[in-house]
Design a protein around this ligand. Sequence first.
Ligand SMILES: *Cc1c(COP(=O)(O)O)cnc(C)c1O
Length: 546
Amino acid sequence: MTQSKRTAQATNESLHRIFTVAEAPDSTLGVIEKEMSQNLAGFLNNHIVASKNALTDIEQDFVCPRIPEQPEFVSDHIHHLLDKLVAQSVHTASPSFIGHMTSALPSFILPLSKLMVGLNQNLVKVETSKAFTPLERQVLGMMHNLVYLQDEHFYQAWMHSAEHSLGAFCSGGTVANITALWVARNKLLKADGNFKGITRSGLFSALQHYGYQGLVILVSERGHYSLKKSADILGIGQDSVIAIETDENNKIDCQKLAQKCQQLSEQNIKVLSIVGVAGTTETGNIDPLDKMADIAAQYDCHFHVDAAWGGATLLSNKHRHLLSGIERADSVTIDAHKQMYVPMGAGVVLFKDPSSVADIEHHAEYILRNGSKDLGSHTLEGSRPGMAMLVYASLHIISRPGYEMLINQAIEKAEYFADIINQHQDFELITKPELCLLTYRYVPKSVQKFLAQHSTTTQQQADINLLLGKLTKFIQKRQREDGRSFVSRTRIEVAHYGGEKVIVFRVVLANPLTSKQNLQDILAEQCLLAQESENFLPQLLALAEG
Ligand SMILES: *Cc1c(COP(=O)(O)O)cnc(C)c1O
C-alpha cells in the first residue's frame, strides 16, 4: 500500500503536523505550488479545461451535505480539487476572456498574497494588525489624493487621526456604496435637540423629527444594482432609488435630474444622495459629474460618485479629465479589484471630509475603544484581511505611469475593436467606447440596410430586433460553451432605435495580454457561430427581404 493510499487518521500528532510541517517540495502540492509560482498563466492554461459540462452536471459533484468523518491526505485532496473544481472553473485571465471586469493579475500578486494570508492580520483593530493599520490609512490617503488632490498639510493632519478617516477599505464596490450612503443617511438624520439621531432612534422617528415625507436616491438608469441593495439595507426601500433617464451616450440627463429634484422638494421628499456613475457597468460611460455637483449643491444633498470601475482612470494623466467634477463629490467608490489589477476583495470608499465618519462611528469595550486608531470603528465590515498591502505594493511596483500605460492601452484597444466592428459589414457597434467597454451585435449586412431604410416600420424594426436578440443570445451562449473565448451580453435601450431595449454583446478590454489578433478571432468565431443558427439567421434574412 502506497503512502497516499494509507488511511489517514485524525490523531493529535497529525493535527499538530498540519500546523507545523510544510508539504515536501516533491509532494503533489509542492509540485503544484512550484508550477504556479513559475508560470501562473501556463498553470491555468494547463489545468482549466474548456469543458462543455453544463452547470447542472457539475452540481452533481457538489451534492453531499455530510462533513467527512475520515480525514484525507493533502495530496489526495488536491487531486480532487484540481479535477472537480479547478478544471471546471473559469479562465478569467485568458486574453480571450473579454466579457467581464475580472481579468489577469500581475505575477508578483501570487507570492505577495501568500505572504498576506500567512501573516493573517485582522484589520478591524490595531491589536491584530499593528503596522497594517497605518499602511491601510496611507493607502486610503493615496487614493484620496488621487481623487481630491489635497496638499501635504491636509494629509499630515488627517491620515493617522483617530477620530477621522479619509475613507474605508472594504471587500468591494457594493460595500463601498453601502458605506457611502450609510454616512450620507446618518449625517442627514443626525442627532438634533432631543432627537437622538437615526443611529439610536431609527428611520421612522428620524423622518418624523425632520418632517420629511420620504428619502430617495437619484441615479441614472445605468446605475449599478448595488444601489438598490443599499436602499434596501438602509431602510428606505428599493423603490426609493429613482432612475433618471440617460441621453444617447448613456449619461444622465441633467435637465431631468434637476426637474426631479425640484419636484421632490415640492413634495417634501428629501434626496438622500445624488449618485453619479463614472464608468457604467454595462457601457463604461461617465456622467457629467461637474453639472451633477452643481445640482447637488443647489438642493443641498450628498453627492456620491460610483467610480467602482472608472475610478482607476484618474491614474492616467491623459484621460483623467473624463472624470472632472469627481473632486466635488462628498464620497467616491473605487474598486481596486477591477482596473487596478488587485485580486478580488479590494474596494475603497473615500470621503471628501475626513470627519464624515463621525456619523457611523461605533465603539465596543474590548476593542474599538474611544480614541483608539482601530479601523473597525469606521467600517461596516468587522474582521478584514490585509488587502491594503496588495494595493500598496501594486501602487509602488506598477507606479502611476505604469497604471497610466495600462489604462491608456486598454482604451486604445477598445477603440481598435470598435474600428474593426465598424469596418466589418456584418456587425453593428451599439455603444462606442469612452473607457475600455463597448457593446455591439451581429447584424448581417442586408438586415442593417433594411433597418436603415426610412420605409421600415416600427413594427418591422421591433420584429427584427427581437430576432437579432435571439441570435445574439445564441452566439454568446455557444461561444461561452465552446470555451475558446468569452464576451458577455446585456440588454440596453438604444437611442437610435427609439429607446427600444436590445440584446447586445458586452466587452471589457481590461486584460493587458489581449491582442488585436484575439479580437479579430473573436469576430471571426462569432460569424461562424451565426451561420450555425438554423432558426434565427434564415428568418432574419427573410424579413429583411421584405
Ligand atoms: C462593479 C461595480 C460595482 C460593484 O462592485 P463589487 O466590487 O462587485 O461589489 C458597483 N458599481 C459599479 C459601477 C461597478 O462597476
